[in-house]
Design a protein around this ligand. Structure first.
Ligand SMILES: [Zn+2]
Length: 452
């Protein structure tokens, strides 16, 4: 029996990877994420799928696959297909980003999820503070160097560098030969050598198929490539010449970014203040002996928002938040010490500036991707208005979590797989001209690619 690969997401789109690999009765999903553009023909910020209807509203428009023995009884309660005993062996999760794991909560709870040990810590921190799509299902953890068995498949995880710790690619040793999957990767982060390790491991395995991401594959000319090291040195320069408060917004679980900002602070005599959510994440990750993270209360301070009724009463805070109240900085504390602080503020927390009342002349560092659609552009206008209102200067500074064009193809050509399956890209067809070794198989949603 041949090995098949069927993509139910990540097809001509960025994110939403749901890649089914089937081999002699073993059926595993590589990731089970929510796509950014998934269902946008029917849903928007004003018409959303009903969470209480589980899979139902997604199945109506073919956004999720109508597969038997996949979803939980609860999520199928009002759906067109009936619940059946699980017919899938596992989800193998590459990393803890929503577009790779966001729909796992809909799956039958007896389908185990394999994930990196660090992902389990990220999940634990998120469960406490904001909820996690991995809910309370069984997580079986691995690290690089491990092999694990799922049904008839031998799975070899190999670390990659990405904008979140604990990211992996995989080699699945199937009955027809090895199948490699990159997950999301870059070479320009602090741990770029980990992606090189993956390339070496995958090339040595001589895969019959390579499923690769291509987020930044595009024909458009790019701006100069920015590495995470560049972010650190440019931040240091901004910190050195700025007076008054400096604040920034960035994705809270990008630990490389937290470290870049922390080091820039160390060199310029500022102190980094993070949200309670980031503080809780850093506390959890400090248990991971392979990671170096700033110590909460020592290396980084914690910003405390006022709670209901506009007070700082202990009783108003959740238990996980209370742990930080003693070492916390209030809006007033930030105002008093604004010349020596660098404050992390999520975009939704910008109204805190009204309480902080910073002096004019400070700096804002926009440390996320530039807008790529109309909604993002509108957001950016609002951010610029806030920054302008408080008299701050605006700086854009970001290193992507994904490799640029040429590095994606150096990976593809370096591994030299017989078949190349591009996912997590808006331009899969560009792979055909750029792939020098092997043949490109363009995935189609729900259509199986037969290997061997
Ligand atoms: Zn990712």
């Amino acid at each position: 029996m041949a090995v098949t690969i069927t993509c139910y997401g990540g097809v001509g789109e960025i994110g939403g990877n749901k890649i089914l690999v089937e081999d002699r009765g073993t059926r595993v999903f590589l990731d089970f994420g929510a796509g950014f553009s998934e269902g946008t023909d029917f849903f928007s910020s004003s018409i959303e799928p009903r969470q209480v209807n589980g899979v139902g509203d997604y199945l109506e428009f073919g956004i999720l696959p109508a597969l038997k023995g996949l979803y939980s009884e609860v999520s199928l309660r009002n759906a067109a297909i009936k619940h059946a005993a699980p017919e899938f062996d596992a989800v193998i999760l590459s990393h803890y980003h929503y577009d790779h794991m966001g729909r796992i909560n809909l799956l039958d709870p007896s389908i185990p999820v394999y994930c990196g040990a660090t992902t389990k810590l990220l999940h634990k921190a998120a469960s406490e503070s904001s909820g996690s799509p991995l809910d309370d299902r069984e997580l079986r953890t691995f690290r690089t160097g491990d092999h694990f068995q799922v049904g008839g498949l031998d799975v070899e995880p190999i670390h990659v560098d990405h904008s979140i710790p604990g990211a992996y690619g995989f080699i699945l040793h199937t009955s027809e030969g090895p199948v490699a999957y990159t997950g999301d990767f870059r070479f320009h982060g602090p741990m770029g050598s980990m992606t090189e390790d993956f390339v070496k491991g995958a090339a040595a395995a001589k895969p019959i198929a390579l499923v690769t991401e291509g987020t930044r594959v595009s024909e458009r000319a790019r701006k100069k490539e920015v590495s995470e090291a560049d972010v650190e040195s440019e931040t240091e320069a901004i910190l050195a010449k700025s007076r008054g408060l400096i604040f920034s917004s960035f994705r809270g679980n990008d630990v490389d970014r937290i470290l870049s900002f922390y080091r820039a602070c160390q060199k310029t005599g500022r102190r980094l203040v993070v949200s309670m959510k980031i503080a809780s994440l850093l506390s959890e990750l400090s248990r991971d002996e392979n990671l170096r993270v700033p110590r909460v209360g020592k290396d980084v301070l914690v910003y405390i928002r006022r709670k209901k009724g506009g007070t700082y009463d202990d009783g108003e805070y959740f238990k996980w938040e209370r742990a930080f109240l003693n070492e916390g900085f209030t809006a007033e504390d930030v105002r008093k010490e604004q010349d020596s602080l660098f404050l992390h503020l999520d975009q939704w927390a910008f109204p805190e500036l009204i309480d902080i009342r910073p002096a004019k002349g400070g700096s804002y560092i926009h440390a996320s991707t530039e807008a790529f659609n109309e909604e993002g552009e509108q957001d950016e206008i609002v951010i610029r208005n806030w920054v302008g209102h408080f008299g701050f200067s605006y700086h854009q500074l970001h290193a992507s979590g994904h490799a640029p064009n040429e590095r994606v193809f150096s990976l593809v050509n370096g591994i030299g797989s017989k078949a190349v399956i591009p996912v997590h890209t808006e331009f899969p067809e560009l792979f055909s001209s750029m792939t020098k070794r092997g043949k490109v198989a363009l995935p189609r949603w729900g259509k199986s690619i037969v290997l061997g």
